[in-house]
Design a protein around this ligand. Sequence first.
Ligand SMILES: *Cc1c(COP(=O)(O)O)cnc(C)c1O
Length: 377
Amino acid sequence: MLVPFNKPYMSGRELHYIAQAHAAGKLTCDGEFAKRDHAWLEKSIGCKKALLTPSCTAALEMAAILCDIHPGDEIIMPSFTFVSTANAFVLRGGIPVFVDVRSDTLNIDEKKIESAITAKTKAICVVHYAGVGCEMDAIMDIARRHSLFVIEDAAQGILSKFKNTPLGSMGHLAAVSFHETKNIQCGEGGALLINDSQFIKRAEIIREKGTNRSQFFRGEIDKYSWVDVGSSYLPSEITAAFLFAQLEESENITQKRIDIWNTYHDAFEILERAGEVRRPFIPKHCQHNGHIYYLLLSDLEQRTKFIDFLKSQGVNSIFHYVSLHKSIAGEKYAKIFNGTKNTDMASECLVRLPLWMGVEQYQAKIIDLAHKALKIN
Ligand SMILES: *Cc1c(COP(=O)(O)O)cnc(C)c1O
């Protein structure tokens, strides 16, 4: 019996809502369910405007267009992240400038950002790893002083908070993901969150293939046409209906994930005390959402043995990430700014344990195997 690394949760109302959308017969984007999703996001996260997108990747691409990234512009970001954080800007000719992460939270080291700023820097794209907030006060302050845009890659950050403020509500723009592996999911999906209202009108145009169709549908203009660059960043109403069944349950889902996270955290305290592993660090002013439970092992060799041992016993654990500065495209399109020590450590030593709704029944086994794996190695 194999314990999967992830198993998407279903609230049970997904098909019911899809049937309602089907009966209503309007399946393009921004129907009744999309409106409910937008309202939920605006209320729960507190952004000025939320727009559903086909993915977080698409929302990041929209953010890059909105920030007017031109060839040669630099965007400061961590290398310890998913591909899309960087790729969205590279598509506009931007150059990702990688700043190392902090050794404790594995988020971008806010103290190293300022020295990476040049005349070409246009934006800072932060990633809230494992749904734990970056140091947003310091980061927004740097951005203000240097007139830079801040984009929050909050793909993993739904319903997390930094100093009681929801992730995704602090940067000029933010992107969340509803990919099947995320806390709240609809298979493939995401949203662009806008906190600086100067971007709202253009975001609607970019999302509608560069046309002012959104204004036309609201009756603000009498015909619509091509007015700017854009693409089709619209998910269908079927996706929006599925998503609403998850958003409704999101507080519940988050609490259950935090419970699972806490069970792991308690079980590994003894190993951390013995100096065998490092557990996730959550700053006191951060409230996380139980997105990822990870352990930091001693080195790559130990981690490989750990993952292999768990797999031989029927449990799938995985590492995170192949850091971008070591990837083929990263070497080609991005620059490293002074050092990758903590990025390399995380990328070589981090292992993620299965964390999904229902994994509770296997948790004792997983914990036991993790203890055994560390004794053997
Ligand atoms: C999952 C993830 C993405 C991509 O999300 P999609 O919805 O699959 O496009 C981007 N950034 C980070 C940090 C992620 O974890």
